[in-house]
Design a protein around this ligand. Structure first.
Ligand code: UDP
Ligand code: MN
Length: 298
């Protein structure tokens, strides 16, 4: 394997062109055509909105690892959660059905944030990683409103986004953009710990998922998506519809974007913010028939 011609860094002229003519950037990532089993494709780096020193670093560090699946690994499904009982009820039957069909050894861990502060999805996921560490070989980070229809929960050798097609949705798009890294993501435990998990600093809504993808790509992991993956996307409860397009974004959205941009400029060190610096209080642990719920103060 010769990694050299696979990962060219765009030359300066190209970078200026792509900055002002973003559509030209599509497919400039040489891994754009690579695929496994006609189904799993690498998440390309060049489609990112921002061309920055960090995205060039990601290209340079990436190693062409093929995607394979391992049998007999223990899965923990980590669901960040607050006030979505109706969604959880709707999710469990199809989720457990898919897992049973595929013969996956799993447990489902719902990590619930106590009322009070604004929601912190990344930190709750870190709690799940930490809490389930001893008996997991891999995790699936799962939104409670992502209902699996075609979904592959096997243990992947590389980080894998399971969602590509959104079958019912309150948003305009029904095919997820290639760089989207949310919904349902399977990752090996050692890969999660190699990147120190998620940032704990994204409060309110959004962008922590982008940062997690950056962390994995900066560490050299080739991330994939399942092009057959299809999910129903339940609409958020009215009180939680924070992602509405608005002319002026709410302050937490701007803060989170600014933070992600700082990471893109190489100004954030993932090892200083993540599972290694996680602090939380375990308030309760309830064992239900199909899942365990931990309630935490973060
Ligand atoms: N979530 C939750 N309660 C909240 C906000 C988020 O349980 O108040 C969890 C839930 O698992 C959800 C995920 O975080 O699926 C992503 O949040 P959300 O659905 O609000 O994101 P969006 O669909 O707007 O991207
Ligand atoms: Mn949602």
């Amino acid at each position: 394997m010769n990694p050299k011609p696979l990962f060219p860094t765009p030359d300066p002229l190209q970078r200026v062109l792509y900055r002002f003519w973003p559509s030209q950037r599509l497919n400039m990532d040489p891994l754009g055509d690579f695929c496994v089993e006609d189904r799993y494709f690498p998440i390309t780096i060049a489609n990112w909105k921002m061309i920055s020193p960090v995205s060039c670093l990601m290209l340079a560090r990436r190693v062409p690892q093929p995607l394979t699946f391992r049998a007999d690994a223990r899965l923990t499904i980590v669901i960040p959660f607050r006030d979505r009982e109706a969604h959880l009820k709707e999710l469990l039957p199809p989720l457990t059905a898919r897992l049973a069909e595929q013969g996956v050894r799993y447990r489902i861990l719902v990590v619930e944030q106590e009322p009070g502060r604004s929601f912190n999805r990344g930190k709750l996921i870190n709690v799940g990683f930490h809490h389930a560490q001893a008996d997991s070989d891999y995790y699936c980070i799962h939104d409670v409103d992502a209902i699996p229809v075609v979904a592959d929960y096997r243990c992947p050798s590389q980080p894998l986004r399971l969602v590509t097609r959104l079958l019912s949705t309150n948003r305009p798009e029904s095919i997820c953009p290639t760089h989207y890294f949310s919904g349902a993501i399977s990752v090996l435990k050692e890969q999660v710990f190699a990147v120190n998990g998620f940032s704990n600093e994204y409060w309110g809504w959004g962008k922590e998922d982008d940062e997690f993808l950056f962390r994995l790509q900066l560490a050299g992991f080739l991330c994939y998506f399942d092009s057959h993956g299809a999910y129903h996307d339940l609409p958020n409860p009215a009180a939680q519809q924070v992602a509405q397009p608005a002319l002026r974004k709410p302050p937490h959205v701007r803060l989170n974007r600014a933070r992600r941009s700082r990471l893109m400029r190489g100004l954030v060190d993932p090892s200083a913010d993540g599972i290694s610096t996680l602090g939380y209080d375990l308030l309760a642990e309830e064992v239900h028939e199909h899942y365990t719920k931990v309630r935490v103060r973060i």
